[in-house]
Design a protein around this ligand. Structure first.
Ligand code: FAD
Length: 411
């Protein structure tokens, strides 16, 4: 059995960037990527963007690496196969085909999967999740004939899906379990601002709504909600979060919490095993606590750091991460740590009436995060303030005034 010096599980942006980083710094290392998807690296981000979804751009733009890239860089891509077991003592990874691969250093860049819905009727056709290119292809095909969609859940992907479905001319009813959009991550003012643009864009929103079952024969025909009311639909888009199937890693002794636990070097508790991307719950040196993120730039930069560290460097991962989206003419951005925990203080900047609204989140007197609606021009300044551990305590009133130019605070 040939020993693979750098074995990477997961061929998404984190895993591929790690492989690329290793190759850039070591021309002869043996590198392999195992990917359970049957594809080379593609843009997961584009899957929920209208230009791709509505086929306004060529399908080929989804690919981020040419097929020839892997051979040119001498990176073996083992696609369409899953890693199902590994033994940190013998350093052997077993694939679902029974193949065994010996590694020197191992990277877990396994991302996450769309959480499946366990309610009665969830096995019917016409129920879609959006995480992979195959998921997107299935939705794009269904939208061509669909008339009424029911979307479940709030969040970035749901917001973008509603936009795309409306642009495709499909009627959309959005069901929220919560009293307003993105509760509890956002406050009610922000949530209502988003709801207002969704409704203006023709999305019907039902709040405080629990689905009891999915009705239909082979195909979904309706959902039954609390009180017994039925909402007809011919497609159902479920966005209820991301699930990380870690049992096989725990069986190998990898410590997991919400994600795979790691220090600031992205090292797991096992020797020669690193983690990068959405799957990592790592020590964030800027925030001073463990955090798990789900955004593209974070995954890419972690792939880079993990790759360097697999080469024997000792680089800390240090980044203020952000996520932006737009739909229905609204731009939304999250930066840093926006978790609504009890030890946080929120300073509001702007207002729903003014059409732009920022929530600056502080902890122990320092800015740690922000949510921005229609005010993404301040994203970069806030990101730097977080990075600089800017002390906001005592300046709360100034920050609430949108006349204050945040860039000036960086001088
Ligand atoms: C529809 C959609 C839109 C998004 N839009 C944005 C956006 O606009 N901006 C933004 O910042 N972020 C966005 N994101 C989030 C972003 O795509 C992720 O943060 C990023 O892709 C994470 O990269 P990753 O490499 O960590 O994981 P992934 O991209 O999930 O890649 C992990 C890969 O590993 C594979 N894998 C898992 N387990 C195994 C195994 N045991 N064996 C083999 N292979 C395995 C998975 O199938 C997957 O291919 C979006 C996500 C989705 C789903």
């Amino acid at each position: 059995m040939q020993k693979i010096e750098h074995l990477i599980i997961g061929g998404g942006i984190a895993g591929t960037t790690a492989a690329e980083t290793i190759r850039q710094n070591n021309v002869s290392a043996i590198i392999a990527i195992i990917s359970d998807e049957p594809y080379r690296l593609y843009s997961r981000i584009l899957l929920s963007k209208p230009n791709f979804f509505l086929e306004k751009i060529p399908f080929e733009q989804i690919w981020l690496k040419k097929e020839s890239w892997y051979a040119e860089n001498n990176i073996r891509l083992i696609s369409g196969k899953s890693a199902v077991r590994f033994d940190p003592q013998t350093k052997i990874v077993v694939l679902n085909t029974g193949e065994e691969l010996e590694y020197g250093k191992l990277l877990l860049a396994v991302g996450g999967c769309a959480r499946r819905w366990g309610i009665p009727g969830a096995e019917r056709s016409g129920i879609f999740y959006l995480r992979t290119l195959d998921d997107a292809k299935a939705i794009m095909a269904a939208v061509k004939t669909a008339k009424h969609a029911v979307a479940i859940g709030g969040g970035f992907v749901s917001f973008e899906m509603c936009d795309m479905l409306r642009l495709a001319g499909v009627d959309v009813t959005l069901l929220l379990r919560e009293p307003y959009y993105w509760d509890p991550i956002l406050d009610e003012t922000s949530g209502r601002m988003i709801e207002a643009v969704l409704e203006k864009g023709g999305v019907k929103i039902r709040r405080n709504t629990e689905v009891g079952k999915i009705i239909g024969h082979d195909l979904v025909e309706a959902v039954e909600i609390n009180g017994g009311e039925k909402i007809a639909c011919d497609m159902l888009i479920v966005g209820i979060g991301v699930f990380c199937p870690f049992a096989w890693l725990e069986a190998a002794g990898v410590k997991v919490g919400r994600g795979i636990l790691a220090n600031e070097y992205l090292e797991t508790n096992l020797p020669d095993v690193w983690v990068a991307g959405d799957a990592a719950e790592f020590d964030d040196v800027i925030l001073g606590e463990k955090i798990q993120l789900g955004n593209w730039v974070n995954a890419q930069m972690q792939g880079r750091t993990a790759g360097m560290n697999m080469l024997g460097k000792k680089e800390q991962f240090r980044m203020v991460s952000f996520y932006t989206t737009n739909g229905f003419g609204m731009t939304i951005a999250f930066v840093g740590d926006i978790r609504p925990l009890p030890d946080r203080i929120v300073i509001s900047r702007g207002s729903a009436d003014a059409g732009s609204y920022v929530r600056i989140i502080s902890k122990d007197g320092e800015i740690i995060g922000a949510t921005l609606i229609n005010r993404t021009q301040e994203l970069s300044a806030i990101s730097k303030l977080i990075e600089n551990n800017f002390k906001i305590a005592g300046h709360e009133k100034e920050f609430a005034d949108t006349g204050l130019d945040l860039k000036k605070l960086l001088l």
